[in-house]
Design a protein around this ligand. Structure first.
Ligand code: PEP
Ligand code: MN
Length: 334
């Protein structure tokens, strides 16, 4: 951290700041330049309320060098393993399935086909956080039971969204990845508790959250001991209303630069319409995403949630073929 003082700062005022910091075990180094007087502060400043130094009228600026998300800014790429699937391994991981689990029969019909077409993880919501309390809320625990059965029957990992901290044990028993949805990205109690498990966590970006806020949310999980975090860009709210959200393609290279965590993209919730899912998927892979999570439904017209943005299987399979080509072009395995 660097503290920049105003031109008329007194030596005694600088000493005062130095003493405060030394008492907190920081090392300081004073630079009296021709134009600026600076204090370099050495030590882990992540716990320091650096903004508080701005209360002094002789402090002009406080420049943080250390990133506030220290766990995920470590250089080594974090590979997250889910059964035989590895994220962040110079590969593309495809997650697909319905928005909501509806019944076992429809999963029996869909899952084997998805698995045959390069899909390595199955998604399905059981507890659905819907914007309206009158919309379908998911089939709850029964849905998780179905996912568990499907996962064992077809030997494929499954992911589902948690909405309540009291359900953690239930999720740990039934799914291979626990999803934290956009609406719960800042549910810090939930994040802390998930940090105490060792289940891989798929953390989605909130639709009104910055990249830094997403990383700080990931930090809650990492700092509590769980190193298996996968980030997911799923579109943010902008003034544009032709799509449900605006997919922030830039978030992919930015997250790849700022963090060592795997980054995947959900084009379905970003687009809000099946017709745009293909373009967003290909763009995301080209931009460096480690995977995609796509909503697929046999009969989207009868889906209990998000049918409008779900791909029919044949459209998804055609997309997978195109994803293979993009992956090849950028030297990634699918
Ligand atoms: C979902 O993936 O089922 C979902 C609800 O997405 P989001 O949290 O991104 O809205
Ligand atoms: Mn959905």
């Amino acid at each position: 951290m660097i503290i920049k003082f105003t031109k008329n700062v007194k030596e005694s005022q600088i000493k005062h700041i130095e003493n405060i910091l030394k008492n907190q075990n920081f090392t300081t180094s004073y630079i009296h330049g021709d134009i600026y007087k600076l204090l370099i502060v050495i030590g882990d400043t992540s716990q320091l309320e650096t903004k508080r130094l701005n209360v002094y009228d002789f402090v002009e600026d406080v420049i943080n060098i250390q990133k506030p998300y220290k766990e995920s800014s470590v250089k080594d790429r974090k590979k997250v393993k889910v059964g035989k699937v590895t994220f962040n391994d110079n590969n593309i991981v495809l997650i697909a399935g319905p928005c909501s689990i509806e019944d076992e029969e429809s999963m029996d019909l869909l899952v084997p086909k998805l698995k045959e077409h390069n899909t390595s993880i199955i998604r399905g919501g059981a507890f659905k956080p819907r914007t309206s309390p009158y919309s379908f809320q998911g089939i709850g625990k029964v849905g998780l039971d179905i996912l568990y059965q499907i996962s064992h029957k077809y030997k494929i990992p499954v992911v589902s969204e948690i909405t309540d901290v009291r359900d953690i044990d239930l999720f740990v028993k039934n799914v291979d990845i626990i999803q934290v949805g956009a609406r719960n990205m800042q549910n810090y109690v939930l994040l802390e508790e998930l940090g105490k498990t060792n289940k891989p966590i798929l953390l989605k970006r909130g639709f009104v959250n910055t990249i830094e806020e997403l990383l700080l949310s990931a930090e809650y999980i990492l700092a509590n001991g769980n190193q298996n975090v996968i980030l997911c860009e799923r579109g943010i709210r902008t003034f544009e209303n032709q799509t449900r959200s605006t997919l922030d393609i830039s978030a992919i290279p930015v997250l790849k630069k700022l963090t060592n965590l795997p980054v995947i993209v959900d084009p379905s919730h970003a687009a809000g319409h099946w017709e745009y899912v293909e373009s967003l998927s290909l763009a995301a892979i080209a931009a460096g995403a480690d995977g995609l999570m796509i909503e697929v439904h046999e009969n989207p017209e009868f889906a209990l949630s998000d049918g409008q943005q779900s791909l029919k299987p044949d459209k998804y399979f055609a997309l997978v073929d195109k994803i293979k080509l993009v992956a090849q072009a950028i030297n990634k395995k699918l």
